[in-house]
Design a protein around this ligand. Structure first.
Ligand code: GLA
Length: 382
């Protein structure tokens, strides 16, 4: 009797053990990082494409040019995987014309007023690429350089390391800046981005990611039905060049109030000074937080597909850009025409123009210090 019981137990245990082993193997097989060639720059520099897949089948394609995420497939409420980011089918599209689709942005994400700043008494002149101002790092920012890529081990998921050394004086910024960005697609269905940088001279740094999302995966002609929540009681109003005035304005009672979920379309065309100046939402919100812990910044829900995107960050601000400048002149992936407000961006960041705004959190990086920020985009559906 006892003996039969023991045998039964041993058999059950072995089956459980085998099942766990098989599951682990299956998870491992699903989780992978693959590399392929993706074309060449006009000067012959090769560009590679990496495909990261997590254990649940979420798939992200990243190219070494600009660290650009060219596709990101996540499930809707019925488990259907679809691409939720804007971009092109091939490298040439990105070389010809792109409003920063999917790109890594540096050295300075967002705008620097009058294309200059002063640090330690010295004024640095930057290229003007947005009226009188510098936008997203200048004429050849980090979105237009080829990064060195290497798959790296992650505890729970597939990960890719991207590195780039920006030379002292590049685009007018001081210091040799060594940048490392790790994209991890983990099995909690999160795309985690860890940014680090060091310098050999005092400089300014503000790195971000410029993916344009449409959680309806191209099912609608614009993003106006997406519901947005922003964990921010204040935002930084701007002038007509979209440079912050220095004020931190309360969102309460204005169309900028996303402290309760509201569709993008509900008030975007209201007759409110800030919306008129920017042509819609294109502002930095001041996140409600103490210190620089990783905390929830935004949540987006798309009712027709049920997709939810949650953004957490260690950064103090987030630029919510509603794709106001998309105007139908770009034909993207699968022949889709990107009309006004087709995609939206949630760019975690320090505030725009911080190098010229002493009251804003500092973006100065000194030798011996380490710039380190983290942003997590989490995908789910309900
Ligand atoms: C940023 C800016 C926008 C616009 C886009 C690119 O998000 O805030 O004003 O310039 O980049 O088109």
């Amino acid at each position: 009797m006892m003996r039969t019981l023991n045998i039964c137990m041993a058999v059950t245990l072995s089956i459980v053990w085998l099942a766990i082993g098989a599951q682990a193997r299956e998870t491992k097989q699903k989780m992978k990082t693959e590399k392929q060639a993706f074309g060449k720059l006009p000067d012959g520099t090769p560009v590679d494409l990496y495909t990261l897949t997590n254990a649940n089948g979420i798939e992200m394609k990243v190219m070494t040019y600009g660290g650009i995420v060219i596709s990101l497939k996540t499930p809707d409420r019925n488990g259907k995987l679809e691409d939720i980011v804007l971009g092109y089918d091939n490298l040439q599209g990105y070389l010809d014309k792109t409003p920063y689709f999917g790109a890594l942005i540096g050295r300075y994400g967002n705008r620097i007023g009058k294309a200059r700043f002063t640090l330690n008494g010295k004024t640095y002149q930057l290229p003007k690429n947005d009226g009188e101002n510098t936008l997203h790092g200048g004429l050849k920012g980090f979105d237009k350089v080829v990064w060195t890529a290497k798959p790296v081990k992650a505890k729970d998921g597939a990960a890719l390391e991207l590195t780039y050394v920006s030379k002292d004086g590049e685009e007018g910024f001081p210091g040799n800046l060594s940048v490392r960005v790790v994209y991890t697609l983990n099995n909690k269905n999160e795309w985690r981005i860890d940014y680090t940088a060091t310098t050999d001279k005092d400089t300014v740094v503000n790195l971000t990611q410029h993916s344009y999302f449409n959680l309806a995966a191209g099912g609608a002609a614009n993003n106006l039905g997406h519901e947005i929540y922003l964990n921010a009681d204040r935002f930084t109003p701007v002038d007509k060049g979209l440079i912050p005035t220095g004020e931190l304005r309360a969102v309460k009672g204005t169309p900028m109030d996303f402290t309760k979920p509201m569709t993008i379309g509900a008030h975007i065309d209201d007759n409110y000074d800030q919306l008129q100046l920017a042509g819609g939402y294109d502002h930095n919100w001041v996140l409600n937080k103490k210190g620089n812990s990783l905390s929830l910044a935004a949540r987006v829900y798309e009712p027709t597909t049920g997709r939810v995107l949650e953004v957490s960050t260690t950064e103090p601000g987030i630029q919510f850009y509603a794709g106001n400048f998309l105007d139908g002149t770009i034909t993207g992936k699968g022949g889709k025409v990107y009309v006004k407000r087709y995609g939206f961006c949630l760019e975690t960041q320090h505030f725009p123009d911080s190098p010229n705004q002493p009251s804003f959190p500092s973006t100065t990086l000194k030798p011996g210090q380490k710039y380190a920020t983290t942003t997590v985009y989490k995908f789910s559906a309900k």
